[in-house]
Design a protein around this ligand. Structure first.
Ligand SMILES: Nc1ncnc2c1ncn2[C@@H]1O[C@H](COP(=O)(O)OP(=O)(O)OP(=O)(O)O)[C@@H](O)[C@H]1O
Ligand SMILES: O=P(O)(O)OC[C@H]1O[C@H](OP(=O)(O)OP(=O)(O)O)[C@H](O)[C@@H]1O
Ligand SMILES: [Mg+2]
Length: 285
């Protein structure tokens, strides 16, 4: 039987969220990662647990068909692989940071400086556009320690909360790129494997849609219905149901998480009451 082979980070920032995504797609697999190659029990999928840095190479060589890694790793390694879906987790940015006492106004500050990073290729390309490339020293982790031990003048590393920079006396000065987890694929998959991938992507999209949206129910004065309907950017148009009291109606709709609070403010302005917000389990459009 044909199977789709996926590589997932064994342990680290991407690991749990990648497995959670597969589980939410209804895919069951034995729950232990010490067995580095596992098969799903109810979907034609084989899961390999690997170091994230190795995943682009394995996808390029078609040892696996697809993988989940950070966009940062895709750009750094520049292998012959395709990004086929952004997955919306492990959001972070690659930023330049200097010691708190440095006065860094613009990028020319880095002329003649030494920068420690795990992303030397991305950083060199970034500075080539500026017309100069500072000295770059590659280290594979704990990058934030470099200025305090005299290894470099500045760093370029991944930042999300900013806590690690803060605890190491550094300040973020320029963003080099934004990143999130992505699914990558070998560009030449066999049709029978592509067919399985399409099925998986369909399920993933339903999960991502549900994460980005909320189902809302509310009661509103019937006379305000036109305003309320205008304020609700539903999938098609909201469901309107009469209540026992004809002066009131019940309205159901789907609202994007990102627009949520503005929409609620609008609805309240038009007299909406008893607003219930419900997470969506899956959403097939
Ligand atoms: N602070 C962060 N917030 C959000 N996402 C992050 C953060 N740091 C890293 N990431 C993302 O998670 C990916 C994996 O990061 P992690 O630190 O687990 O990798 P690693 O130490 O290289 O692991 P491995 O042992 O597999 O080589 C990164 O490539 C990046 O895309
Ligand atoms: O802005 P923050 O929320 O503090 O996150 C930033 C830190 O997260 C990543 O390292 P990670 O913790 O994954 O450890 P690693 O060095 O082992 O990769 C990154 O390399 C930073 O050090
Ligand atoms: Mg790694």
């Amino acid at each position: 039987m044909n199977k789709l082979k996926i590589a997932i980070q064994k342990s680290g920032r991407l690991s749990e969220k990648s497995l959670e995504l597969l589980r939410e797609c209804g895919i069951n697999f034995p729950d232990f990662k010490s067995k580095l190659k596992n098969s799903a029990t109810n979907f034609p999928l084989e899961i390999l647990f690997l170091r994230d840095d190795d995943i682009p190479k394995y996808v390029e060589q078609n040892i696996v068909d697809i993988g989940i890694i950070g966009e940062n790793e895709v750009l750094e390694q520049d292998k012959n692989i395709n990004v086929i879906k952004k997955l919306g987790f492990a959001k972070c940015r690659l930023s330049l940071a200097v010691t708190n006492d440095s006065s860094c106004e613009d990028l020319s500050y880095f002329k003649g400086k030494k920068i420690a990073t795990s992303y030397p290729n991305i950083l060199a390309k970034f500075f080539e556009k500026e017309g100069f490339v500072p000295e770059i020293t590659e280290i594979s982790g704990s990058v934030e320690i470099a200025p305090s031990i005299g290894l470099a003048d500045a760093i370029a590393d991944l930042v999300s909360s900013g806590g690690t920079l803060l605890h190491n006396g550094l300040k973020e000065v320029f963003e080099v790129l934004k990143s999130e987890a992505v699914m990558v694929s070998n560009p030449n998959l066999k049709p029978e494997v592509l067919e399985i991938l399409e099925k998986l992507l369909f399920r993933i999209q339903a999960v991502l849609n549900s994460r980005e949206n909320k189902y809302i129910l509310l009661n509103a004065p019937t006379k305000s219905l036109p305003d309320i309907i205008k304020a609700l950017p539903g999938i098609k148009s909201p469901t309107v149901l009469p209540l026992a009291d004809p002066e009131w109606s019940s309205i159901h709709s789907v609202v994007r998480e990102s627009d949520f609070w503005e929409v609620i403010d609008e609805l309240k302005k038009y007299g909406a009451e008893g607003i219930l917000v419900i997470p969506i389990e899956k959403m097939v459009l």
